[in-house]
Design a protein. Structure first.
Length: 148
């Protein structure tokens, strides 16, 4: 299998370089599979492709999000998080371990209710919930149990 991260750092024509940078970033998001921040993507890519700069990662991530190649799922804990999965889905952010989970839910009923001529013309929707994930909830329950 062709692995992008195995390619050597050879100087490449500008457009080709951009394409490769974006493929590397997309592959990193996919392999990390954790709704990563630009910082996390940079750490991952630079380990395998040391010549890449942080500015390149930041610039490409925001351009890729604008073009719809990836999703900027919003700011959590001070940094934007990116998703390689572009289909409509919702997120749950755990306030304890800070993991971001995917889940599918149909919000078409809500959308239909608010998309009326006298209300809104909804162009996009971005839904996220926060609280405690199953693991953190269990840990918390155990701690409370031990205190008794
Ligand atoms: Zn958690
Ligand atoms: Zn997601």
């Amino acid at each position: 299998m062709h692995n992008l991260f195995q390619s050597k750092n050879i100087p490449l024509p500008y457009l080709k370089r951009i394409t490769i940078q974006r493929q590397l970033i997309f592959a990193a998001l996919k392999e990390l599979n954790a709704h990563s921040t630009a910082e996390e993507v940079f750490e991952y890519v630079s380990q395998r492709y040391p010549s890449i700069s942080k500015a390149t990662i930041y610039r490409n991530l925001s351009q890729m999000a604008l073009s719809g190649a990836i999703l900027n799922i919003g700011n959590f804990y001070g940094s934007a998080h990116y998703d390689h999965k572009c289909h409509k889905h919702c997120h749950f952010v755990c306030k304890s371990c800070r993991q971001i989970f995917d889940f599918e839910e149909d919000f078409s009923k809500v959308l239909n209710e608010i998309t009326t001529p006298d209300r809104f013309d909804v162009a996009d929707c971005d839904i996220s919930f926060s609280g405690l994930c199953k693991k953190c909830k269990t840990i918390l329950l155990d701690v409370q149990h031990e205190k008794k």
